[in-house]
Each structure stands twice: as C-alpha cells, then as structure tokens.
Design a protein. Structure first.
Length: 498
C-alpha cells in the first residue's frame, strides 16, 4: 500500500495530521494507496518554507528560470509512459487519453519558456522634459493552486509553469483522488534544477483549502473544480484580499445545422461526449440539432455508435473510455439517468447496467443517449459529468443559439455547419467563453487563454496564454526624471500633459 504524504522543501514528507483518504484504482475498485490530508499547521509550514525560498528565485535571471522548465520537459518526456500509466490507474481514463492530459500540460510549460519575453515591461522615452516612464512585472511572492481530479497533470501544470516562470513560489493542493502524478511532477521539477521550496505540494481536503484561503502570505489562488466550490473559494479568497481566479463546471452545447457534414458531426459527438467517460469540463453534453429532419438523422446515426462504444479498464489501449473516478461518481451519474427517465426524456441508449467482466468492482457504465430533452429538465440544467449525452431539438437557428446563451454555464460551445455566415454570426453572438467551428472541444492552444463565462468562471483573467502572466505578476510603473540645468522648486499642482 503506497503512502502519499506531502512534498515540501524539495522532498517528500510524511503527513502528521493523522487523517488520510483512500486513493482508489477505479478500474477494479481496490484501494491502492493512502494520501495524507494536511492540517492547517502543515499548510503553514509549507508556506513558510516557500516564503523563505522565493526572493532568491525571483532574483534569478528569467532565462535561467526558463531553463529549469526546459529541463523539466526533457525529464517528463523520458518517463512519459510510466507517468501516463500512473495517471490512468488513479484517474481511470485510458492510457492514450492520460498521455493527452500530460501533453496539454507540457504545451503550457513550452509556452512559459518564453517568460523572459512575456515579462518585458513598457518604456516611454521622454514623456516630459527629462522624464522617462517604464513599467515592470514583478512576482507576487507565494501563490497557490487548488486543482480537480479530472486532469491531474494538465491543470497543475497550467498553474505551476507560469507562476514559477515569473519568480513566484507555488503551493499546489491537488485533488485527493489522484495525487500521484502531481507529486511526481514536483520531484521532476527539483531534478530539473528548481530550488527547494519553490514548488511545494500539500495534499488535503477542505481543511487544507481553507488554510490556503486564510493564509496572509499567499497572495494569489488559482482554482479549478466544480462551480459551488469555485464560488466559495472566490468569495473567501477575495474577502481575504487575495487575487483569485476560479474555473467551474460546464454544460457544453454542440449545435448541428441542417447543412453540417453529418458523419463528421457524429464522430465529433461520440468523441467529445464520451471520451474520458464524459469527465471533462469541455465534454459536449448537449447536442442541438436544428430542424426535425436533422434531429432524426442525427439520433439515428448516433444510437448505434453509442451502443457500440468500447468501455474497458484503463490499461486496455483499445477502449474508448474507462471507468468513472469513484463509486460515488458512478452512483451520481446513474442517478441522473434515472432522473432523466422520470422527467420524460427518451432514453435511446441505456448504459446503466454495463458490467466489465473480470473487473466487477470497478466503476463502469456504458454510454447513455437521451433524446427529446427540454430546457426545464434538471438533466439539462445541471452538470452530469459522465458518459451521458442529451439531444435537445431546436426548430431553427435562433432557438438553438438561445440555449447556450440562456444556460447558467458558459464554458465551451461548438457549431457544426458548412455555412461561413452562420458560423461567424454564432461566434459573434454566443455567450460562451470558448467556441468551436466544426471543432467539438475548442480548448485553446497554450498561447491563447482558457476560460469560460457566466457560472463557469469567477475572476477576470483566464488560464494560460498571456493572461497567466498578468495573473501571476504585479505591475510596477516608474516615472523618473533626470533634471538638467536649473532645478525647479516644489510643484503643488498634479502633473498633466497640457
Ligand atoms: P471539486 O470541486 O469537487 O474539487 C476541486 C478541488 O476543490 C479539489 O482539490 C478538492 O479537494 C477541493 N474541494 C472539494 N470540496 C471542497 C470544499 N467543500 N471546500 C474546499 N475545497 C474543496 O471538483 P472535482 O470533482 O475534483 O472536478 C470536477 C469538476 O471540475 C467539474 O465540475 C468540472 O467541470 C470542473 N472542471 C472545470 C474546469 C474548467 O477549466 N472550467 C476544468 C476541469 C474541471
């Protein structure tokens, strides 16, 4: 049985709180480890350690800091396969999908190697007689990230890389469900040359999170997880005077116009709806065919594809998706399918009774497909976070557009069409943060920013891309004068450009 403690000051340390959580193996339901749940005192020790290390790191020239990231990339590539396997065994996703999880994180590390350029300030020569104005970006100090179970490599890396590239020390509180990869990431950063204390990992639950939110030495908190917790963290962190960005849940729609390439749309829906068992914040969970004929064609083509999805253990490379993360998650998702039936939606494909032979204690279910879902149903309003796709039929384009616009969440959305004008209009008017045109999961590449709108995000800057550099630095603006000749006396009127 693995015992997972914390990573503080460049080494793993055992937990001292006496509290632990089980780390499960979703594919067979066994307990594969115990992770320590940090007390407030353990979080405080990690913060003090980080605070002592941070000034020297911030004073290191940015190119040397970037070289640590370069070396880290190299080290991850050397153990890609074992890292992906560790991830799959704790999360439940398939190994090829676990590699994607790591890869999307590494792409942000690659972007952050450009930190020396991204941190450059502005300069105005001669803003007045003998006056120069310039701005510089400086690290905040100690910052923290609180991350969800569903991308245990990608999301920690989205936060760690920009934060440390600009000279902060970072405290990571990963999900207690799959802490193995975040702990290994911390070890690899030290191997890559990161000074001890610049990346500390404290494992834990609400107690550790609250200690982070209340710690006066933590200047910024980045969170990703469900919306109720995002809202809680945003308000408590802001009330304590921190810079906070929180990314929450989702209900992503995909609009299928009558002129869409139906084969392409069905392929996209199957991958985006059921990949990773639907446990992605950018999964498509609502398909909106426009017009009855489009809807009939879509459901007819989708049903056999959903029925034939291959569910398998995480170690089966030919599986389309693996188990859900916990028994509790499985019960919740199945409960939503029961609810949809009660609410009057038509369950076209029912995956509730799926059993994985040889893995009877794993948290499996088959893909489910609902037709005739309506906006008043809870299965439409709420995030299910499982392999369940709902078809909501719209009579025309305006009705289809209203659905994502009026939904509480606004993370991702897509339109499938051959009509450039419709696509352009959609991109301009839809009230959602990330839009795909014939692309079902429009997660922006690393040098753009990632973030939803409405109930999917709290705070005003996005993740990765240039916004990450704004979030993790503060701007200082210097107005300097080097007088020549006769020196003026004191001035009592505010300087203006008249
Ligand atoms: P979660 O909200 O349960 O947990 C996220 C983090 O918050 C974990 O580290 C957890 O330990 C902590 N936490 C949980 N309960 C807490 C509490 N009461 N007080 C303080 N901290 C608490 O989310 P999850 O189940 O790990 O992840 C799935 C959710 O994350 C989904 O809603 C999904 O849409 C969302 N998500 C969003 C994005 C995005 O970028 N918008 C990306 C990935 C996942």
């Amino acid at each position: 049985m693995r015992e997972i403690g914390h990573f503080i000051g460049g080494r793993t340390v055992a937990g001292t709180s006496g509290r632990t959580a089980d780390v499960l193996m979703p594919m067979d339901g066994t307990v594969q480890g115990k992770v320590s749940l940090a007390s407030a005192a353990e979080v405080r020790a990690a913060v003090e350690n980080a605070r002592a290390a941070q000034p020297e790191w911030a004073a290191t020239n940015p190119q040397r800091r970037a070289r640590v990231l370069m070396k880290f990339l190299d080290l991850v590539h050397q153990e890609y396969d074992s890292l992906a396997e560790l991830l799959a065994r704790e999360h439940g996703k398939t190994i090829p999908d676990a590699k994607g999880d790591i890869q999307r994180g590494l792409e942000v590390v690659e972007f952050c190697i450009g930190a020396p350029h991204l941190m450059k300030g502005e300069f105005t020569d001669g803003a007045g007689p003998g006056i120069d104005v310039y701005s510089m970006r400086q690290a905040l100090g100690v910052v923290a990230g609180i991350t969800p179970f569903n991308f245990p490599a990608m999301i920690p890396l989205w936060k760690i890389a920009p934060a440390i590239a600009v000279g902060n020390a970072f405290i990571l509180k990963p999900s207690e469900r799959d802490p193995g990869v975040p702990m290994r990431i911390a070890e690899l950063f030290i191997e890559a040359g990161l000074p001890e204390g610049i990346l500390n990992v404290v494992n834990g639950d609400k107690e550790a999170v609250d200690a982070i939110l209340d710690d006066p030495d933590i200047k910024a908190v980045g969170f990703v997880g469900s919306t109720p917790i995002a809202e809680y963290i945003y308000s408590r962190g802001c009330a304590n005077g921190k810079r906070v960005q929180c990314f929450g849940g989702a209900k992503n729609h995909m609009i299928i116009m009558p002129d869409a390439d139906m084969d392409q749309a069905v392929d996209a829906l199957v991958g985006a709806g059921y990949g990773s068992a639907g446990e992605r914040c950018m999964a498509v969970s609502v398909a909106v065919p426009v017009g009855q004929q489009t809807a009939d064609r879509l459901v007819e083509a989708l049903a056999p594809r959903v029925e034939s999805l291959k569910v398998g253990p995480s170690t089966d490379p030919s599986a389309d998706f693996g188990p859900l993360v916990t028994q509790q998650a499985l019960d919740r998702v199945k409960g939503y399918v029961d609810l949809g039936v009660e609410e009057g939606a038509k369950l076209v494909v029912d995956g509730r009774d799926f059993k994985m032979q040889g893995y009877e204690n794993g948290y499996y279910m088959g893909g489910c497909l609902f037709d005739n879902v309506t906006p008043d149903m809870r299965i439409y309003k709420e995030e299910i976070f499982g392999p369940v796709l709902s078809v909501v039929r719209a009579d025309n384009y305006e009705e289809a557009l209203r659905l994502p616009n009026e939904h509480e969440y606004g993370n991702g959305v897509a339109i499938f069409t051959r009509d450039g004008d419709a696509a352009r209009d959609f991109a301009a008017r839809v009230q959602v943060g990330m839009v795909g045109v014939n692309v079902p999961i429009p997660v922006p590449i690393a040098y753009y920013t990632f973030g939803g709108w409405k109930g999917s995000s709290f705070g005003d800057l996005n993740q990765h891309g240039p916004d990450a550099f704004r979030f993790y630095t503060k701007t200082k603006t210097v107005t300097s004068r080097w007088p020549s000749g006769v020196k003026d006396g004191a001035e009592f009127v505010i300087p203006t450009m008249n």
